[in-house]
Design a protein around this ligand. Structure first.
Ligand SMILES: *Cc1c(COP(=O)(O)O)cnc(C)c1O
Length: 548
């Protein structure tokens, strides 16, 4: 028996559904008569507007039904032999039974994560991509889409690197060079950047076929190396650790460098680390230094210009993880916050974050249009040498045509349209920071550089004690505050009116002490300072009424 979540919706004793050729054919053939057509249109309407209503009424990850209860409803491991439901019923179930228990990431009160509302036209664009079902791995299954992809790669590359017209004329549709590639997400983009960095460092030379071909041990022998490391600040995203594992250098060798009081990589600490590795008796290759343009936890931007200089001086691959902050470049007003990004050898940008694309779209860009030759792959039936096939230089095989979505979105929005979103996020985050500082029972922990900030509830009496106490007293108070903030965050989430996330940061003022902080990501254009005040009011109320 299937455990339907809504058994009353199953039509009573209708003709049983069977899997047979006539039924199967109907699902592959385009509807010929008007009745069939209008049914399909009705379904699309249901998706657009049925879900729209849901998105207006539900907020966040509520406790209305617990995850445990939900899990108990999904314990069926048998695939039914005959069809269980018709399309119409499946859509109704998804809208009525599943959607209400999903998370309304589109709510302007949902400010906890990097996932938010998307413009409604994204649903249309995603539908077209699905209907065309192009496979960008090769030209034979995508044709024009592959050249559209090269065009949009050039547009974003130009946003980052601002090369000359001549440069883009030469490379935009060149079949020999690559300005970057689309991936599934930021994790794979970072992996691709470091894969290229590793292969460039251990490239083929007299008798050695290159690390990609011969593996790490042979590479170490050929280059007289015993260890490889990648340097990134303590605020680095954990996808870099995964890369360490996947690339075979070990994630212990993703070395975390200290940050300054603004959560930016400490340049002195970085230079010391580089120096130590260079002098180390164990011969060490520094494959890359990673700068972060918008750390996931605090939205801080590393000093990219300085990092570029340090890398150039030491001949190290300079990667910038701009998965979050990259689109800030469209804003005339705030692009200076990413100054120095043009010095990066590679840059990660996520489409599903601040380009407001549907899940999921990652991108990786390279300054040198030939550097991806170090990860080139051919096969006899596709991806022949010098073909336009995008699968030649890409970690992915089959892949959807995300470039169609981004290229269209850029046309619909214009860079100014996107800049409005970016500016709103940064400016609203600043107002939010001011509001937090005005309230006696809150403490701003990391002011927003972009549109992310962290803060915590810190009742006035404890705040005063923090200022006077010795390290041990302060540690006790911080422990108390950590429990308080954990509880408030959970209770607010469970109440389901709004959602703010939380993370733990090491204190800049008291070394060795951890602080639980509330984290706000302001990306929804409908999130206003009034809404943010309401969220603070609610946190105050939870504290006063339930905890104080
Ligand atoms: C989100 C993020 C990533 C990972 O991206 P996914 O798309 O979630 O894989 C990497 N780095 C930073 C700085 C990010 O914000």
């Amino acid at each position: 028996m299937t455990k339907s979540m809504n058994p009353k919706k199953t039509p009573p004793l209708k003709k049983a559904l069977v899997a047979d050729w006539p039924a199967l054919k109907r699902t592959f053939i385009r509807p010929e008569d008007d009745a069939a057509r209008s049914t399909l249109i009705k379904y699309m309407e249901q998706i657009l507007f049925g879900l729209h209503d849901f998105l207006k009424t539900h907020v966040g990850f509520t406790e209305a039904v617990s995850l445990k209860d939900l899990a108990d409803r999904f314990t069926d491991s048998l695939i039914s032999q005959n069809p269980e439901k018709k399309l119409a019923d499946v859509i109704t179930d998804l809208i009525e039974d599943i959607a209400p228990h999903a998370v309304n990431v589109a709510s302007p009160y949902f400010i906890g994560h990097m996932t938010s509302a998307i413009p409604f036209f994204m649903v249309h664009l995603k539908t077209i991509v699905t209907a065309l079902n192009q496979n960008v791995v090769k030209i034979e299954t995508s044709k024009v889409v592959s050249v559209v992809e090269k065009q949009v790669l050039a547009k974003i590359h130009r946003l980052i690197y601002r090369e000359s017209d001549t440069f883009y004329t030469e490379h935009i549709q060149s079949t020999h060079t690559t300005l970057g590639c689309f991936t599934e997400n930021g994790t794979l983009s970072n992996l691709t950047a470091l894969w290229v960095a590793r292969n460039t460092r251990f490239s083929p030379k007299n008798g050695f076929g290159g690390v990609e071909k011969e593996g790490l041990q042979a590479a170490y022998e050929a280059y007289g190396i015993e260890r490889s490391v990648i340097l990134v600040s303590k605020r680095g995203h954990y996808s870099l650790d995964k890369s360490g594992g996947l690339l075979g250098i070990g994630n212990r060798n993703i070395v975390a460098v200290d940050v300054d009081e603004k959560n930016r990589i400490d340049l002195t600490a970085l230079e010391n680390t580089i120096h130590t590795f260079k002098k180390s008796p164990k011969k060490t290759a520094i494959l890359a230094v990673v700068g972060i343009a918008g750390t996931t936890e605090t939205g801080s931007v590393d000093p990219l210009s300085n990092l570029g200089d340090i890398c150039a001086e030491n001949r190290i691959h300079f990667h910038v993880d701009a998965a979050w902050g990259g689109p800030t470049l469209v804003s005339e007003k705030y692009r200076h916050l990413l100054a120095g990004i043009e010095g990066a050898d590679s840059v990660t940008i996520d489409g599903h974050k601040q380009f407001y694309m549907p899940m999921s779209c990652g991108m990786i860009y390279f300054k040198d249009p030939t550097i991806m030759d170090s990860v080139i792959y051919h096969s006899n039936y596709v991806n022949r040498p010098t073909s336009v096939d995008l699968g030649i230089k890409s970690p992915s095989g089959s892949r959807e045509a995300n470039s169609l979505i981004l290229d269209s979105a850029l046309k619909i929005m214009g860079s100014r349209g996107y800049a409005l979103l970016i500016d709103h996020g940064i400016e609203t985050a600043r107002k939010f920071a001011d509001e937090i500082e005005k309230r006696p029972d809150f403490q701003l922990v990391t002011p927003p550089e972009l549109n992310i900030l962290t803060y915590r509830l810190c009742p006035l009496n404890l705040k005063n004690k923090l200022g006077q106490g010795d390290a041990e007293e302060v540690a006790q108070i911080n422990e108390k505050l950590n429990t308080l903030n954990r509880t408030v965050q959970r209770l607010q989430r469970e109440a389901g009116n709004s959602f703010v996330s939380r993370t733990t940061l090491s204190s800049a003022t008291w070394p060795g002490q951890d602080m639980v902080v509330l984290r706000a990501v302001i990306m929804n254009p409908m999130t206003t300072i009034e809404i943010l005040r309401e969220i603070l009011d609610e946190q105050e109320a939870i504290h006063k009424n339930r905890l104080a």
